[in-house]
Design a protein around this ligand. Structure first.
Ligand code: SF4
Length: 298
């Protein structure tokens, strides 16, 4: 049976935000025509084994022409496309493309920036994207209360999908922030039980040994393939070589057999352990996400 994988393509390293919790590498570099062609070849060749193909950045909507061209050129993956965006440049024209080709849309919401939940929600509704949209709610240890307000705002708009993302590695979690986060989780679970929001992230974030980023095939802006999008970060830059899978255009998912993946998993686990050792509070966060998941499913 063919291997199944999620793939992520960093279409640009540019971003119009500079979130203080963000560790994703940023520059003005964007995927050029050769990278686009190589990534498209990878997608076509491996279409049978790809569960999803996600556009990532930086802010991927800043390279919208690339995204649009890609989905036009590789219709095989229509319905399995995904995107992570801060939502600032979303408009009717982009949402029409998303509605036609995308199965999933992740909109990042934090407390450092203004977030017009009503505008985004209205756009989603108008384009039939409500069910496919999930708000990645970033919880900053310095402003857990602010995240609570954002959550209340989303709940007021009615049954939105919310993925709770406590800032795992780039900030410290003092005891009082962990306590506030426990209360925040309780409120979130109560809202979910009342049907006011849908918490979709617990399944992804709870109980993971590698909490930072996903295990997927990651294509950088040059369309070189890596295992795990850890390499897109400053933190993961030193593992770039270990996680390197070669040029995307030549990579067949079927070649990623169990032994090779097990070896790469070890690199990701070691990286995560090192990160956890330098960021106190991470284990507490994990336990709480596990607890939230158990409580919600009880
Ligand atoms: S978290 Fe996302 S929106 Fe914020 S700076 Fe990083 S890439 Fe940009």
């Amino acid at each position: 049976m063919a291997a199944t994988f999620r793939a992520t393509f960093m279409v640009t390293e540019a971003c119009n935000y500079r979130c203080t919790y963000c560790d994703v590498r940023k520059s003005l570099t964007a995927a050029g025509p050769k990278a686009l062609a190589d990534a498209a070849e990878f997608a076509r060749k491996n279409a049978a084994g790809l569960l999803s193909f996600k556009f990532f950045g930086g802010e991927p909507t800043l390279a919208w022409d690339t995204v649009e061209k890609f989905v036009r050129d590789v219709p095989e993956l229509s319905g399995r496309y995904a995107i992570v965006t801060n939502g600032t440049t979303l408009d009717g024209a982009k949402c029409a493309v998303l509605a036609r080709h995308f199965g999933e849309l992740r909109v990042s919401v934090d407390t450092e920036h203004e977030f017009d939940a009503e505008r985004i929600s209205a756009l989603m509704l108008a384009h039939g994207l409500g069910e496919r949209a999930t708000y990645n709610l970033v919880v900053d240890p310095q402003d857990v209360a602010g995240a609570g307000k954002r959550l209340a705002g989303l709940a007021a708009l009615g049954a939105q999908n919310v993925n709770i993302l406590p800032v795992y590695f780039t900030k410290k979690w003092p005891a009082e922030s962990l306590k506030a986060f426990a209360e925040f989780l309780k409120t979130a679970c109560a809202l979910a039980k009342a049907g006011r929001v849908r918490l979709v992230g617990f399944q992804e974030n709870a109980g993971r040994d590698a909490s930072l980023f996903n295990r997927s095939v990651f294509l950088d802006v040059t369309a070189r393939a890596h295992y795990s999008d850890l390499v897109s970060t400053e933190l993961g830059a030193s593992w770039k070589k270990e996680l390197d899978l070669g040029p995307a255009a030549r990579l067949a998912l079927a070649d990623l057999d169990g032994a090779r993946i097990a070896g790469l998993d070890g690199v990701v686990r070691a990286a995560t352990a090192r990160l956890e050792a330098t960021c106190p509070g991470q284990k507490g966060l994990h336990r709480m996400m596990d607890y939230g998941s158990t409580y919600l499913n009880a």
